[in-house]
Design a protein around this ligand. Structure first.
Ligand code: SF4
Length: 378
């Protein structure tokens, strides 16, 4: 069962910390949606591949909620036509997610999502401090997040995720605790939380050079991550991936498929795909993408995954999860290598081995990059 990912690279405005590929040129949306539908047709599964092959759909960005309602209908009409020809989105598709900005959740838009069968919404809340939201050049306010959750509930969407960020310049542990409490008060099913990355080339990068005395240090970030884990697990959320927390039964199925080595189809500029043997990625440029699709050529590069690369991918994905890496899925050679390298981390209490599953301990979560990079083959 594969996942389907559609990349929607449009944003109404750009946030100062973001280095994702997106544009504010809304006039290109229809041109782009037409190309997405055409790429879908070009990647149409053969009849023998078709039945039951799609398990999740994810519209990510950018800001997918910048698409108009008719454009969403056009996309779903085509998804239905290409992937589940016998029904209005096959019941086998268990999770259909759209990423949204809270200020895009109007009553009309929420109703349209529900009509289309979208059953999960992921919203970038980031913080509930309006001043900080303005500093980040986010368009919404804290109040709009609560309003959006209410509107989504009112149309029957019972699986809502919000994104939070921590580690902002000048942020204190108390500020962060207030943000977590505000998130918990919304009673959503899923919370993702990321430490702010200061990426080169972003306006925030330049700002931190000019205001370096206001950035926070690694020890405070570590305490913030501790606080996050403590508060969310105490509130009943499962900490099922380094940055992801879910109420029981509400883990993200689509994102979990990346961590479980399940193939996925990627559509759109900058979208990635994986079929179990090779990885592909489309050009990260809307104009080049659309022009190429119009010529009947998918503008992508590909990489065949050899056994060692596949092993390395398993280390850097499965080890992110609380379920960990199932060692019985590895070849004898890779299992031996993995165990040999993991031994010192098990002794140090950074990894644990349980029923053939290798996973990070709580202590290991704080040095996950170091542990994972030590287990990969170079
Ligand atoms: S809305 Fe999301 S994708 Fe767009 S600029 Fe902001 S963080 Fe980046």
């Amino acid at each position: 069962m594969a996942g389907l990912y559609l990349h929607i690279p449009f944003c109404k405005s750009r946030c100062i910390y973001c280095n994702f590929y997106s544009t504010t040129h809304a006039d290109m949306r229809q041109w782009y949606v037409d190309a997405l539908c055409k790429e879908m047709e070009m990647k149409k599964p053969t009849p023998s591949q078709r039945d039951g092959k799609l398990s999740t759909i994810y519209l990510g960005g950018g800001t997918p909620s910048q698409l108009t309602i008719p454009q969403l209908h056009q996309l779903f009409y085509n998804i239905n036509k290409v992937y589940s020809p016998t029904s209005h989105l096959s019941p086998l598709i268990s999770e259909i997610t759209i990423e949204m900005n809270p200020d895009d959740v109007t009553v009309e838009y929420a109703e349209a999502l529900s009509q289309l069968g979208i059953n999960r919404v992921s919203m970038g809340a980031q913080t509930f401090d309006d001043e900080r939201l303005r500093f980040l050049h986010r368009r919404h306010t804290a109040e709009q997040v609560a309003k959006a959750v209410k509107r989504l509930r009112a149309v029957g969407i019972q699986n809502i995720s919000i994104d939070l960020m921590y580690g902002f310049p000048n942020e204190t542990i108390e500020d962060w605790q207030r943000d977590i409490d505000a998130a918990l008060a919304l009673n959503v099913e899923h919370i993702s939380a990321y430490c702010l990355m200061i990426e080169e080339g972003t306006p925030l990068y330049q700002w931190t050079i000019d205001n370096s005395q206001l950035t926070i240090d690694e020890e405070v970030e570590r305490q913030m991550y501790e606080t996050l884990i403590d508060k969310l697990t105490a509130a009943g959320y499962e900490h099922y991936e380094i940055s992801n927390f879910a109420r029981p039964g509400y883990r993200s199925l689509h994102n979990s498929s990346y961590w479980k080595d399940i193939p996925y189809i990627g559509l759109g500029a900058a979208a990635h795909g994986y079929n179990g043997k090779k990885r592909s990625w489309n050009v990260a440029d809307i104009k080049q993408y659309v022009e190429s699709i119009e010529q009947g050529v998918i503008p992508c590069e590909e990489e065949f995954i050899d056994e060692d690369t596949h092993y390395n991918d398993r280390i850097t994905t499965a080890l992110r999860t609380s379920d960990g890496l199932d060692l019985t899925t590895l070849s004898d050679r890779h299992r031996r290598y993995c165990l040999q390298e993991a031994l010192r981390f098990i002794d140090d209490g950074l990894l644990k081995l349980d029923n053939n599953h290798l996973s990070l301990t709580r202590k290991g979560l704080f040095v996950s990059d170091y542990v994972m990079s030590s287990l990969i083959m170079v």
